[in-house]
Design a binder for this molecule. Structure first.
Ligand SMILES: Cc1cc2nc3c(=O)[nH]c(=O)nc-3n(C[C@H](O)[C@H](O)[C@H](O)COP(=O)(O)O)c2cc1C
Length: 172
């Protein structure tokens, strides 16, 4: 689904369906990508996202990869791997998409976030917004508040007065 021709075709049809379903407004269309992408895939996706039909990218979904350092007895199960082992590879894809799009496409960072430092790393890599899922299972509903407080401290430490100022900071 992430090859250029297929993705362009899919997005065109989704855009058409969206516009027909809600003609009075223009809902943003965000494309969520896998972390298991080649450099060519990243270039193709960034090219499409720079065009008029896509409003932003969500990087990333779960991975089909199995890093060597997994300890769980379930590590050989098929399916998508999420959480901490996904943080580094997912942030790398996010960063590569930021570079490939010249920082012009809104990016949502997701994959392995469990702390303010993780959220900050995604923002510095190019995310304007972050999401998390797996860490809620381990840390519970107090986690988002803790992340916001820790993120605010990290931004202040580095002299940023807003999240916006820090977006893509690692590329400058
Ligand atoms: C049980 C489970 C179900 C998921 N279902 C979806 C889904 O339906 N659609 C989707 O885009 N992503 C889905 N995801 C992926 C998450 O939204 C997220 O991209 C991924 O888990 C990485 O973030 P995390 O490390 O914070 O969990 C699912 C993840 C998990 C663990």
């Amino acid at each position: 689904m992430q090859s250029k021709a297929q993705l362009e075709d899919l997005i065109a049809k989704v855009r058409e369906a969206l516009d027909a379903a809600v003609p009075a407004t223009t809902p943003p269309l965000l494309v969520k990508v896998a972390p298991d992408l080649t450099d060519d895939d990243i270039k193709d996706i960034a090219d499409i996202a720079k065009g008029p039909m896509v409003d932003g990218l969500i990087a990333t979904n779960t991975t089909i990869d199995r890093p060597d350092n997994l300890k769980s007895i379930f590590k050989a199960e098929t399916g998508g791997l999420s959480g901490q082992p996904l943080m580094a590879p997912s942030t790398k894809i996010l960063s590569d998409l930021y570079s490939a799009s010249g920082g012009t496409v809104p990016l949502i960072g997701v994959g392995g976030i469990a702390s303010g430092a993780d959220a900050y790393a995604k923002i510095r890599a190019g995310a304007s917004l972050v999401q998390l899922y797996s860490a809620m299972v381990y840390e519970g509903p107090a986690l988002p508040g803790r992340i916001c407080r820790d993120l605010a401290k990290l931004l202040k430490r580095d002299g940023f007065t807003s999240v916006k100022e820090a977006v893509g900071a690692d590329h400058r």
